[in-house]
Design a protein around this ligand. Structure first.
Ligand code: SF4
Length: 510
């Protein structure tokens, strides 16, 4: 995992299974493969003949389920689970999912990955109508909307609710009779359906979790789709045809595991291509390439192959640093880098090194890295970043929602180079990123959300809009055409894609 991006977190990972006698244990295995998506809490809810049983807690999955009896208690041949990253101030068990809702007409459980841009408004409206929330996560909003809907059937209620929430979401729902997955109209987060040899179906945030339970990929769930799994198999439905693909590019850069495939693109291979492209765009005379372990290993191998330079292990990661030790203050963050990473003197001493990392967030970690390498004797340190500069906040499920923490929002590349103390610094271009990932979807930016890099958000920002507009510089307002309007004219950019791509039109084949 890149040192810098460890401070950025995605909420969360989801996994569900339908039709396997050991459903809770399989869910445990699936969540284990998704642990990189959230380490602060985990939970599993099983469905035992319509009765939902749950266990959840703070910490890593192995801590939450340290007692084998907890898994044994979760009986039934169907289960859903969740691993969560809790943003500051919300790290209580109240927010650990899946949530169980007990209604007179049956139990339901719900887990969610993403962030709703209109959540504060919806919550206020629902509260004013008497709704009571038991957590401060935005996940419960969907259930209130379903229950308040006056549509005739459950599926109609669900569709109405899904059309009311905005932003980035992958939902996993368990009712008495079905497991249901749903993806937002831009498909910000990945969600895949798999099938096991015994006929059980699995839904997971990433395909690496399908692999771990021996499930074969059936298909990726696409923007605006609902997948319903029950005793008759699975079926795909849609709740809107106003969709486009704008999957989070950070999934390919950093979040997803290298062995996962997203819409047929292997994450490791995409990262390797990013590294190779970076070497083409920003070559440098050097003796070796070194990766910042672990998430930059793929990009560094691509850079070294393209540049015909040896790929050496110049940095070692201590695999045993508990995340909880890394406190979010500047001083402790810097100490944290020393605990996590060590430079290998015997490799880098007297050498000109190219360090490949996947991003620079605050810049403090990169600065410490450069220092570590110089202290270990490196004669030159050239930083190469396999993504463009992070300049804008994310409103779809990544907990950077202001530009304050992003060094590239305030400084030029040369100023960042000076700050981190590298001899040279270069970032991958936006075109380089899009072409390296190579989704080639018929949608803006090839089917990727790249708002982190260029401020072009695929949706209206709803409750975040005014604050974001106020933070834009005059240059940004010219550069990002949709924000060049007067605030009073700004109606929100519901969908920047004019093509009206319908679910099922893309990708053509898998
Ligand atoms: S803004 Fe950035 S992190 Fe958020 S969904 Fe888009 S690319 Fe991903």
């Amino acid at each position: 995992m890149s040192a810098e991006l460890e401070d950025i977190h995605e909420e969360c990972g989801i996994f569900g299974v339908w039709g396997h006698p050991d459903a809770a244990r399989l869910t445990y295995f699936g969540l284990h493969a998704l642990q990189h998506r959230g380490q602060e809490g985990a939970g599993i809810v099983s469905n035992d003949h319509g009765h939902l049983i749950g266990h959840r807690g703070l910490g890593l999955l192995t801590q939450v389920f340290s007692d084998e009896r907890e898994i044994q208690r979760l009986k039934g041949d169907r289960a859903i689970g969740h691993v969560r990253y809790a943003t500051a101030g919300s790290g209580s068990t109240d927010n650990i999912q899946p949530f169980i809702f007990r209604f007179s007409d049956g139990d339901m459980a719900l887990a969610h990955n993403g962030n709703l841009t209109n959540c504060p408004t919806l919550r206020r409206e629902l509260e004013s109508q008497g709704a009571i929330f038991r957590s401060n996560s935005d996940t419960e909003v969907l259930m209130h909307l379903i229950r308040r809907s006056e549509q005739p059937t459950f599926m109609d209620k669900l569709k109405e609710a899904l059309n009311t929430v905005h932003g980035g979401f992958a939902y996993l729902l368990m009712t008495e009779n079905a497991m249901i997955g749903a993806l937002d109209p831009n498909g910000f987060r990945p969600l895949s359906l798999g099938r096991m040899t015994n006929g059980a179906y699995v839904l997971a945030s990433e395909t690496c979790a399908l692999d771990i339970v021996g499930a074969e990929l059936v298909r990726d769930i696409r923007p605006g789709e609902i997948v319903v799994v029950d005793d008759d198999g699975y079926r795909i439905d849609t709740y809107t045809d106003r969709t486009q693909l704008a999957i989070c590019s950070m999934e390919f850069i950093y979040f997803a595991r290298p062995d996962s495939n997203i819409y047929g693109v292997n994450v490791h291979s995409a990262r390797k291509r990013m590294g190779a492209r970076l070497a083409q765009e920003s070559p440098v005379d050097a003796d070796m390439v070194i990766a910042v372990p672990n998430s930059s290993l793929s990009a560094a191998s691509g850079y070294s192959e393209q540049a015909h330079l040896p790929n050496e292990m110049g940095l070692i990661k201590n695999q045993y640093v508990a995340r909880t030790f890394i406190q979010p203050t500047q001083e402790l963050r810097e100490q944290g880098v020393r605990m996590k990473l060590a430079a290998v003197r015997g490799v880098v001493s007297g050498k000109r090194v190219v360090v490949v990392d996947d991003s620079i967030v605050r810049g403090t970690t990169s600065k410490r890295l450069v220092q570590l390498l110089r202290e270990a004797g490196a004669s030159e340190v050239h930083m190469r970043i396999s993504s463009p500069p992070l300049k804008y906040p994310c409103f779809y499920g990544i907990d950077i929602s202001t530009t304050k923490e992003l060094i590239a929002a305030k400084k030029s590349v040369e100023e960042i180079r000076e700050f981190i103390g590298a001899d040279t610094l270069a970032f991958l271009s936006l075109d380089g990123l899009i072409e390296s990932i190579g989704l080639n979807a018929d949608a803006p930016y090839g089917g990727l959300c790249v708002a982190y890099f260029n401020g072009d958000y695929p949706t209206a920002l709803d409750d975040y809009e005014q604050d974001f507009l106020a933070s834009l510089t005059p240059e940004d307002r010219v550069r990002i055409p949709k924000f060049a309007l007067d605030d009073s004219d700004y109606q929100g950019n519901e969908f920047s894609c004019q093509k009206g791509l319908k679910p099922g039109e893309w990708p053509p084949k898998q």
